[in-house]
Design a protein around this ligand. Structure first.
Ligand code: PLP
Length: 395
């Protein structure tokens, strides 16, 4: 005989609406891991839509308290009215382009740039009829020529990747204002610990918050800071494009930003000592670091920044083959893409970031074959110096 089906266990009573409200006196902004926010009544919902509920949230794509806490901290760091976080640096960069450009509008990229920023202009924006042009970093005439027929947006990396050029932001701001255009500065490499582009006249400051802002190689994030009106316009676009930062990532970013000043101060000090050491090493033909008097923008960098950041690059007598041997011989810094974290990272830049184009393709983009990019972490200077000295002996 078959046994009867056991009765299903009693279900716990479901929580009522009033139990689903979480108020705690947390010291740290909690991770609001929720897609939606609730309303106590139809009247509350109507008040929210009527704009009478300050600080209320609706649906995660339009904002989340963890994200808002990190945005407020970034705004304080940048000296900005408002900030908006994104799922990655590229989400921030591409959203700025999509929000402020249109068919026929011209975008100017200044000097060398992060590879994928340039790829967005050539592979995506060109398809939508945006006119994109490049201009040399230190040639005002080339800038004027590239802007003939009008310009909507000038996008500059300060300092730039990978040779750390530092154009004068105030001069660029004046140039864009005179043409009714906007200046957007990607200051990922400096971080607001060293440079606040808005204070020098930039309209927007953009970051890959994956790098120094979060600082621990454990989160992808992007950010834009600027006046409330421009950030509001970006927020409207974000609700449509959907590239929001997840609550967990916003929490990690917020925590990282608390130690930004300490990390960058230490990384800058170590990087300057390493740059000076490398400049005296016979196998090294050239060191790119704005803290060295030999850098073409040393004077501008000294005016704009209290220190010169944790990223440097250098070239070797032995060219690309020596660069390949060097990244193998280094024992402390890891061979990995990216920069700005607590762990030192090294790469033969063309091999890491332009593998699909090859060394010649990288050179056509202005990246010297054999260029080593080194991101200084929080290890002791002596440890990193000895590691480099030993590795340079082996190439
Ligand atoms: C890394 C980087 C980006 C892109 O950021 P992701 O967070 O990797 O999407 C943009 N600009 C600069 C200068 C960068 O270094």
């Amino acid at each position: 005989m078959m046994s009867p089906t056991p009765p299903s266990p009693p279900q716990p009573p479901s929580e009522g609406r009033d139990e689903r409200s979480f108020e705690r006196r947390s010291l740290i902004p909690p991770i609001f891991q929720t897609a939606s926010f609730t309303f106590g009544s139809a009247a509350e919902l109507a008040a929210f839509h009527g704009g009478q509920e300050d600080g209320a949230f609706f649906y995660g794509r339009y904002g989340n308290p963890t994200q808002a806490a990190a945005e407020a901290r970034l705004s304080r760091l940048e000296g900005a009215e408002a900030s908006l976080l994104f799922a990655s640096g590229m989400a921030a960069v591409s959203s700025v382009f999509l929000a402020f450009l249109a068919p026929e509008a011209r975008l100017l990229l200044l000097g060398e740039s992060y590879r994928h920023t340039r790829d967005v202009t050539e592979k995506l924006l060109a398809r939508y009829g945006v006119r994109c042009a490049l201009a040399e970093c230190d040639d005002p005439e080339a800038l004027d020529k590239a802007a003939e027929g009008g310009v909507r947006l000038l996008f500059a990396e300060v300092p730039s990747n990978p040779t750390l050029r530092v154009p004068d932001i105030a001069r660029l701001a004046e140039w864009t204002r005179a043409r009714g255009a906007r200046l957007v500065v990607d200051s990922t490499i400096a971080s607001p610990a060293l440079l606040r582009p808005l204070a020098h006249g930039a309209d927007l400051a953009v970051h890959s918050a994956t790098k120094y802002l979060s600082g621990h190689n454990d989160v992808l994030a992007g950010a834009v800071s600027g006046p409330q009106g421009l950030v509001d316009a970006l927020r409207e676009h974000q609700a449509l494009l959907g590239g929001i930062l997840a609550p967990q990532s916003a929490f990690l970013l917020d925590r990282g930003m608390k130690t930004l000043a300490l990390r960058v101060e230490r990384q800058s000090a170590t990087a300057l000592s390493l740059a000076e050491f490398l400049a005296g090493c016979p196998p090294v033909t050239r060191v790119h670091y704005p803290g060295l008097p030999s850098h073409p923008d040393h004077a501008t960098a000294r005016r704009l920044m209290p220190a010169f950041g944790g990223l440097l690059s250098f070239e070797l007598k032995g060219g690309p083959a020596a660069a390949d041997r060097l990244v193998d011989a280094i024992r402390v810094a890891v061979l990995a893409p990216g920069f700005g974290g607590t762990e030192s990272q090294v790469e033969h830049h063309a091999r890491m970031a332009y593998a699909d184009l090859g060394l010649e393709g990288a050179q056509a983009r202005g990246v010297a074959p054999g260029l080593i990019r080194y991101s200084v972490g929080l290890e002791d200077f002596e440890v990193l110096r000895d590691d480099l000295r030993d590795a340079l002996k082996k190439i």
